[in-house]
Ligand binder design. Structure first.
Ligand SMILES: NC(=O)C1=CN([C@@H]2O[C@H](COP(=O)(O)OP(=O)(O)OC[C@H]3O[C@@H](n4cnc5c(N)ncnc54)[C@H](OP(=O)(O)O)[C@@H]3O)[C@@H](O)[C@H]2O)C=CC1
Ligand SMILES: O=C(O)CCCC(=O)O
Length: 489
């Protein structure tokens, strides 16, 4: 079998240096860090680590590039972004190989992520041309009033390992479309996808300094971003804990923050649901990326009348999942990202069983070893268990039994998080009531898959601030300016 390294050798996409000011470079001290294949534990590459000096230089280069990029006419920015989109689509297979190699998800899912991410470039290449201002009906015959939308300036993205490609594209596309420049800080576990995307941006003709990538420790680079006056927006996807730190650190420079943080998604199955649809939706939502997404169903509430039939059908589907190396076409569940992720999953299962939960499927590490964990269904879950209040970020489906609609809503909202929520019902009155009552930013009704570049994605409560994607996703990167003209008429 051809190794991933050989398969990628000629693609020019396997880059390991930092990219800023339009140049690929080592960090100023020459330090490198390892990227590990989570499926095998083997080292994939040694990548350059940015020092504070590199990050400052990248910000300066982005500041300089902003003066010209922000003035490039919107249709021209749109054409350049379109070329980037076409290159990402043309290289989707190689990008997926890189993604699976460093992150572990099955290749088909990785390819889906790359194309989903590319969708943001295409979407915002179009939106670049529609960044309209307004003419305001005047309050004085000698005045004319209008608003314009202008680019905020230099921006930064801090992205997680669970979607190494799509989370970068969801942030960089609106930033560049608006005329901003951006510096990306990818997760230390998955920098190779970031380097590859930026290599394609360079090929597409995105000018020097407009899009940069600096690899290194989040706590160090985050501190530089938050304290730097030139950076006007930071867009972050990751844990609520780090989001909170970024907010605290940004107070000094009154920065705009877009935060897409942790979730604790409820998924409710009502008695009137179609079981097959509910099980499919649960599988899609719960087991995508081995449960490592912020919109994965974390708590599954099932009404008493349908409970046993639903659990039996879910257990049959979970038994069909195949754990393995993401490069094997049979694999549906890759490894977890790290040993600590594995230990968190194990501790949630141990806590649930100690408090009376019963394992229906899985419940243990996979025989494959490493960080592979068997897809798990637990019944008899209760609010006292850690799975009820903490984001598991793994392939564990805890099932809670409930009796009334009011009880389900109360249980679903009993969390400080509020990103996604799902429910299954064919009663139109209930669909309307529950969709309105759930305290979340995104609701899936009779589906477990809600992501689309044209729809707004984001949370309420401690799941974050702001929306990504859709016509709203460009707002974080623009300033609304009011212009009042008098004395010239
Ligand atoms: N909303 C979501 O999609 C995600 C949610 N999570 C949740 O968070 C949990 C922990 O995952 P984890 O990977 O540790 O998530 P983190 O929030 O620690 O990491 C996400 C990103 O933030 C960076 N980072 C870490 N610390 C800081 C800091 N002090 N300032 C600025 N940036 C920082 C990381 O860089 P570096 O890698 O260099 O440390 C990475 O790029 C998961 O189990 C899950 O519950 C995690 C990932 C995504
Ligand atoms: O886990 C995340 O942070 C993003 C979920 C991916 C998506 O569906 O957009």
């Amino acid at each position: 079998m051809v190794s991933t390294r050989e398969a990628l050798a000629d693609s020019g996409l396997l880059r390991t240096e930092l990219f800023y000011g339009g140049q690929w470079r080592e960090g100023s001290t020459g330090e490198r860090s390892a990227v590990i294949d989570p499926a095998t534990g083997e080292e994939i590459a040694q990548v350059a680590v940015a020092t504070a000096e590199d990050v400052e230089a990248a910000i300066d280069a982005a500041g300089e590039a902003f003066t010209t990029w922000s003035k490039v006419p919107a249709p021209e920015r749109s054409r350049i972004l379109r070329r980037w989109y076409e290159l990402v689509v043309a290289h989707a297979d190689e990008l997926a190989e890189i993604l699976t190699w460093e992150q572990g998800k099955p290749l088909a899912e990785a390819r889906g992520e790359v194309l989903y991410g590319a969708g943001f470039i295409e979407w915002f290449a179009e939106e670049a041309k529609r960044l309209y201002g307004e003419v305001i009906p005047t309050n004085n015959p000698n005045r004319r009033m209008m608003t314009t939308r202008s680019a905020v300036g230099v921006t930064a993205a801090i992205t997680p390992w669970n979607f190494p490609s799509a989370m970068i594209l969801r942030k960089a596309s609106p930033a560049l479309a608006a005329g901003c420049t951006m510096i990306i800080k990818p997760a230390s576990e998955t920098p190779l996808s970031a380097f590859a995307l930026v290599a394609l941006a360079e090929q597409a003709g995105i000018p020097a300094g407009v899009l940069s990538v600096v690899n290194g420790k989040g706590s160090v680079i985050g501190g530089i971003f938050t304290s730097h006056d030139l950076i006007r927006t930071i867009s972050f996807t990751g844990s609520t804990e780090v989001g909170r730190t970024l907010m605290e650190q940004s107070a000094g420079t009154i920065k705009r923050l877009a935060l897409e943080l942790g979730g604790n998604a409820p998924l409710i199955v009502f008695d009137d649901a179609d079981i097959e649809t509910a099980v499919k939706g649960t599988m899609d939502s719960k087991f995508r990326n081995a449960g490592q997404t912020c919109v994965c169903a974390n708590r599954i509430f099932v009404q008493a009348g349908i409970h046993d039939a639903f659990v039996a059908a879910l257990a049959r589907e979970v038994a069909k999942l195949r754990v393995g190396d993401g490069r094997d076409p049979e694999t549906t569940q890759g490894p977890l990202i790290s040993q600590s992720a594995l230990e968190k999953v194990e501790s949630h299962v141990a806590d649930a069983t100690a408090k009376g939960g019963t394992i229906v499927n899985g419940g243990a590490r996979s025989d494959l070893g490493g960080t592979f964990y068997s897809p798990t269904v637990i019944v008899g879950a209760t609010p006292e268990m850690r799975v009820a209040s903490e984001e598991t970020f793994g392939p564990i489906a805890p099932v809670f039994k409930f009796t009334t609609e009011e009880e389900a809503i109360e249980l679903a909202n009993d969390t400080e998080f509020g990103l996604a929520g799902y429910f299954f019902s064919r009663d139109i009155g209930r669909v309307t009531r529950v969709a309105e009552a759930l305290e979340v930013g995104v609701v899936g009704v009779n589906t477990g898959l809600i992501s689309y570049e044209g729809a707004p994605f984001g949370g309420v409560k401690q799941s974050g601030i702001g929306r990504e994607g859709s016509m709203h996703g460009i707002e974080e990167y623009t300033e609304l300016k009011y212009i009042c003209i008098e004395g010239v008429l």
